[in-house]
Unconditional design. Sequence first.
Length: 227
Amino acid sequence: MPASARSRPQAEAQTPTPAPTHRRRKDARPGEIVDAALSLFVERGFAATRLDDVAERAGVSKGTVYLYFDSKEALLAEAVGRDIGPMLGEFARRIDDESLSASALIEIFMRRWWSLLSASKLQGVPKLMVSESGNFPELARHFVVNFIARMQDEVLAAVLRKGIARGEFAPMDVPYAVRVLIHGLVFMPVWLHSLGKVDPRELEPQRYLDCWLDLTLRGLRAPGAAT
């Protein structure tokens, strides 16, 4: 028998066995279910979406959905929290970076925020929450307390106070200033997913964000502060 033939079984035995496809699929299922649910919530609305619809869109059984999530509310909370929560944590950690001015922090945060929203179905969540808040007040409250209020209180308010302390920003009513700032940004995705669909004047998100940053930073700057 040729030497190559005798050595073949040993070479084959050393070849790593790939992980079973079904195992990789099982590990990916929670994320796929969340993606499917978020798409349906934005397309159809929260009330009109059934867990059966989510299962069908994700390509799994309804029982599999319940294996990971016990309700539509839990699905939406996970869909919003898995990306926005870590982003807010990232923002909070950067506030004490002395190499970054308050103006630079606001620009970094807002561009990062829009980059996340524009790249996914999360862009439709603000409009979804506005439209469903009357029917699902607890769900809306969860969104406000865990995301909107955190963005206002833990991030923007801290940045404004940093800018005031450094003489970069003029003194202001910080609690209300952060509301003015966040409302201007939340308006954009709400408009895009509602009246913007029938407005013949196209709203360019990047241009809107550039204008928002220009007006905001000019308005916040203390007289005589460096640009």
